[in-house]
Design a protein around this ligand. Structure first.
Ligand SMILES: [Zn+2]
Length: 385
């Protein structure tokens, strides 16, 4: 079964040779992109979709989310928007609600958000644990996430579990010992919230190193609230990404630029938006040569958006990115942050993850903020929206 999507007004391929094509067509065969080129030269296919002159882009790759949780934090958001500051401590509210939730409730909640993302053009999502903070609850979160995505991240080191409030070293022993044993079989990645109020540089190093010894690849919540050691640690350990990158020294920017082929700077503007914080400076990172990704950080506390188009619009408006840079960061950038070569672009051989926009160009994602422009979505060649 082959499908021809033709009469594409603007096709963003993210391929260095193909670039952005006008009057284009794509042929999908068996879940992969089989052919890309001019609509006039397109081969026949079993089915035909007329894009009506509108834009097609690769599906968004949301490389940072926290979707296994119970409850919500409306009251905390309301208080914050009434003047209170964001701290890492609010995570414990969600920990209590998550522990109390059944497997079925957590799964249903996760599916709800994955589908919500899909309707907004996201075809790959990474999902972290981190609201269980016991051996059983962290392993449970990863099992549930693993039923819906291959990109699962062990984040037992989100905050110190409440039971270990007076013994953070004991909690690090748990995270690097029995909890890692239980979680490693269900995770691809290991992550740490390296921040004042969460884990310091030495603790983060111990956790990431232990995870790496079990075959998990590091990624780091780095430099979100303060200019901490997270970015340098991420680069030193060859992490796939340093996420947030809001407060960076010149040395941090240089480290990320030097590590452009290894460690992606993943920017999460939903967090700054929802905590009324200063945005990361994407322009500074891009001008230095760093590889940048955009992601939602979707979680009930600090960034309760599932919308990559929203993140693109904010990144262009407030972080110095051009519309092209922002859309590339939300697709190819996310793929690089997940070390995936099969997604984030639309060259022949890529997974057929495509989004048809109700717009003539991908620039409209930033130009028309808050407008639902996603008209159709194909995931692995299957139309899902
Ligand atoms: Zn996060």
């Amino acid at each position: 079964m082959t499908t021809l999507i033709t009469n594409i007004g603007s096709l963003l391929t993210n391929d260095p040779e193909l670039g952005t094509l006008t009057d284009a067509a794509v042929v999908v065969d068996d879940g992969r992109v089989a052919w890309v080129g001019s609509a006039a030269a397109a081969p026949d296919a079993d089915a035909r979709v007329d894009a009506g002159g509108r834009a097609v882009i690769p599906g968004f790759v949301d490389s940072h989310s926290h979707l296994v949780f119970g409850g919500d934090r409306t009251a905390e958001f309301n208080a914050r928007m009434s003047g209170q500051a964001y701290t890492a401590g609010g995570i414990r509210t969600t920990v209590a609600a998550t522990r109390a939730a059944s497997d079925e409730a957590l799964d249903a909640n996760l599916v709800r958000f994955v589908k919500e993302m899909q309707r907004q053009g996201t075809t790959t999502v990474e999902v972290k644990s981190g609201y269980g903070l016991t051996v059983e609850d962290e392993a449970r979160a990863l099992r549930i996430a693993g039923a819906h995505t291959a990109e699962t991240t062990y984040l037992g080191a989100h905050v110190v579990a409440p039971e270990y409030a007076d013994d953070p070293a004991g909690y690090v022993d748990l995270v690097t010992g029995p909890m890692l044993d239980a979680c490693a079989p269900h995770a691809r990645w290991v992550d740490v919230f390296c921040e004042r109020g969460a884990f310091d540089g030495d603790q983060a190093r111990a956790i990431l190193t232990a995870g790496a010894a079990r075959g998990l690849v590091p990624r780091v919540h780095a430099n979100q609230l303060t200019e901490g050691p997270g970015v340098q640690l991420a680069v030193e350990l060859g992490a796939a990404s340093a996420d947030h990158c809001t407060h960076l020294s010149d040395a941090d920017v240089k480290a990320l630029a030097d590590a452009r082929d290894t460690t992606v700077a993943t920017l999460l503007p939903g967090a700054e938006f929802s905590t009324r914080a200063v945005y990361p400076d994407a322009r500074r990172l891009i001008d230095a040569g760093a590889t940048v990704a955009l992601s939602t950080d979707c979680n009930p506390g600090s960034s309760f958006t599932s919308s990559m188009p929203f993140c693109i619009a904010v990144a262009v408006r407030d972080m110095g990115m051009t519309p092209d840079e922002a859309v590339v960061a939300a697709t190819l950038g996310g793929a690089r942050a997940l070390r995936r070569t099969d997604i984030g672009h639309l060259a022949p051989g890529a997974r057929a993850d495509l989004v048809l926009l109700d717009a003539p160009s991908h620039v409209h994602l930033a130009y028309r903020p808050g407008v639902p422009l996603v008209s159709a979505v194909w995931q692995g060649g299957v139309r899902v929206v």
